[in-house]
Design a protein around this ligand. Structure first.
Ligand code: GFB
Length: 324
């Protein structure tokens, strides 16, 4: 049984980014804890503005913050909007972390991404391979912003003794995902393309790149559970990987999605689109040693996400969204 160093009972927990896939999963998960969840809409705070964040923080005085607000997107969105991905994410995290220190927040959990690691990092990727080599060029802007977030948490811990920690989730999917084909990640994109092909009777679905890159996929409800676990039990300098430790090729993912959707056509590969990093699977030994493991199998998670997609299609097909 892990040591509960930061019990949530009676605490006020701000989930920054509560409308995004991750933030909304954290809000759902926190409903099972005896705490008060705070959220802030865009009308009440502009996360890219320090004065606005300071004001909100002073008025609301959270005991803990889950920093899930970010500008996110798939491989092409990252490549096409480098300024947005770097500026927005730097501003959001710097403003919230600084304001959290100023008002004396007791615990802050910053969320990054496994794209912080070098393109050619050892696989599975251990936490200490951060900053040991060049980044994958398609998402270096986002990665640099997220590395700065980790360093901010470590700097405030070192200089001010703030209990600010970071978690690095692997590629995520689940209810509330973005199904817009221009900005989404691979899993929701292929789910939607395969679904549309089934409905229209199309003989083939286009898969970007070669289909050979390997990725690890974590259900967002598993992530939310891990985050609450870390919030309550972890207080270290190092960021913590959050993943399953298992990966599949993009082609294997496409085949699994076709099975779940019930599509029997073929896949055509568009090699003019980038493959990105060849493999990304996390070493989850630190997280395991802290007493947490993922529970949802990819097959079950995909099936549940497809049910959600069928029930929420209109709402889910949206343009690139800030998780704010
Ligand atoms: O999920 P994804 O966009 O991002 O792409 P990354 C993963 C792999 O799937 C790439 C391929 O090799 C894509 O070329 N792929 C195949 C597709 N078909 C599609 C498709 O229709 N749509 C998309 N989007 N991909 C992102 C980073 O990298 O991962 C972010 O850019 C972030 O910064 C995120 O870290 C978790 O895994 O390559």
């Amino acid at each position: 049984m892990a040591d509960i160093g930061f019990p949530l009972e009676g605490k006020r927990v701000w989930v920054a980014g509560h409308r995004g896939m991750v933030g909304s999963a954290v809000v759902r998960r926190l409903a099972h804890e005896d705490c008060t969840v705070l959220t802030a809409g865009r009308d009440s705070v502009d996360l890219r503005n320090q004065a606005s964040v300071d004001r909100w923080m002073e008025e609301n005085r959270p005991d803990a913050v889950v920093l899930a607000a970010a500008k996110v997107g798939g491989i092409l969105a990252n490549d096409r909007l480098p300024a947005d991905f770097l500026y927005d994410n730097l501003m959001i995290e710097a403003n919230i972390i600084h304001a959290a220190w100023r008002v004396g927040v007791g615990k802050l959990l910053f969320l990054g991404s496994t794209c912080i690691y070098p393109k050619m990092a050892p696989q599975p990727i251990p936490e200490d391979s951060l900053l040991t080599g060049p980044l994958e060029p398609t998402n270096e802007w986002y990665a640099i912003a997220k590395i700065a977030g980790i360093k901010l948490c470590q700097a405030y811990r070192k200089q001010h003794g703030s209990d600010f920690i970071s978690a690095m989730p692997t590629n995520l999917y689940g209810p509330g995902d973005n199904f817009d084909l221009g900005s989404s990640h691979v899993l929701p994109a292929l789910m939607r393309k395969i679904h549309d092909a089934k409905l229209s009777g199309a003989p083939a679905v286009e898969v970007w790149g070669s289909g050979t890159p390997r990725r690890e996929f974590l259900h967002v409800d598993d992530l939310a559970d891990a985050l609450v676990h870390l919030l309550k039990t972890y207080s270290g300098h190092s960021h913590v990987n959050v993943g399953t430790g298992r990966d599949v090729t993009i082609l294997e993912l496409a085949e699994m999605l076709a099975e779940v959707v019930g599509y029997e056509g073929r896949f055509d590969f568009d090699r003019s689109k980038p493959d990105g990093t060849p493999r990304k699977v996390t070493d989850v030994s630190l997280l395991r040693s802290l007493g947490w493991e993922a529970r949802t199998s990819l097959r079950d998670g995909v099936a549940g996400t497809y049910r959600w997609f069928l029930e929420n299609q209109g709402e889910s097909i949206r343009t690139l969204a800030m998780g704010v």
